[in-house]
Design a protein around this ligand. Structure first.
Ligand SMILES: Cc1cc2nc3c(=O)[nH]c(=O)nc-3n(C[C@H](O)[C@H](O)[C@H](O)COP(=O)(O)O)c2cc1C
Length: 204
């Protein structure tokens, strides 16, 4: 490895370190900075729940956060199905291979993408926009002291059909995911995914 390359790597590592420290310090130590960063860094996929129900008020606040997400040309091409009925949650768990944690979740939010309402009626925009809403939902869940996890429906045709069938979602609507929501039992913890080598300074 040439000297120039070594220097570049050192600079990237140093900036990475600063960014890492800044993320921790800002959330923990500077009261003038809202604690959004603390929520972002503490969010994790929660797959272990206590089985307690989730109140309608909390679910309402979570879905509102989803609707605050950005969308291409502000088209908001989405709908949200909020499920609390145990029989429905069990039917989703039975049909979705990687959503078995629904058995102890208090609720599920199914984020649906609507290509017909998306900018240029493009499925890609609908999926991107609904994904933005999904991340907002996951962050709101964390901020409210609850736990959640994105379990995939899209792009698997069988899983999307199962969700459509169980919840009566129209054929032209894409069920993007099923997000079980519940009270975490404390098992799941955030992962450190900060890798300075994934940052390119000024140029790739
Ligand atoms: C598009 C997408 C699909 C996912 N599908 C599933 C799933 O079906 N079941 C599941 O348990 N987790 C699923 N996850 C959660 C990921 O496994 C998880 O986000 C990843 O392991 C990183 O862990 P973290 O969320 O705790 O940071 C999915 C996440 C995304 C973004």
């Amino acid at each position: 490895m040439g000297r120039k390359n070594i220097c570049k790597r050192l600079v990237v590592a140093a900036v990475g370190l600063c960014l890492g420290v800044a993320a921790t310090a800002s959330a923990a130590e500077d009261p003038s900075i809202p604690d959004a960063l603390a929520v972002i860094h503490s969010r994790k996929s929660v797959r272990h729940f206590t089985g307690q129900p989730v109140s309608a008020d909390l679910l309402n606040r979570i879905v509102r956060a989803g609707m605050a997400a950005p969308t291409a040309v502000n088209m908001q091409p989405w709908s949200f199905v909020v499920v609390t009925d145990r029989a429905m949650l069990d039917a989703l768990a039975a049909g979705l291979p990687y959503a078995k944690m629904l058995d102890k979740a208090g609720a599920a939010i199914v984020v649906c993408a609507l290509p017909d309402k998306a900018f240029q009626k493009k499925t890609e925009f609908a999926i991107i926009d609904a994904s933005c809403a999904s991340e907002n939902i996951l962050l709101a869940i964390e901020a409210l002291g609850l736990g959640g996890v994105w379990t995939a429906a899209y792009p698997d045709p069988e899983r999307m059909d199962l969700v459509r069938k169980v919840l009566g979602v129209p054929a032209e609507v894409i069920p993007l995911n099923v997000i079980p929501v519940g009270h975490p039992d404390g098992t799941d913890q955030p992962k450190d995914k900060f890798h300075p080598e994934n940052i390119h300074l000024e140029k790739w």
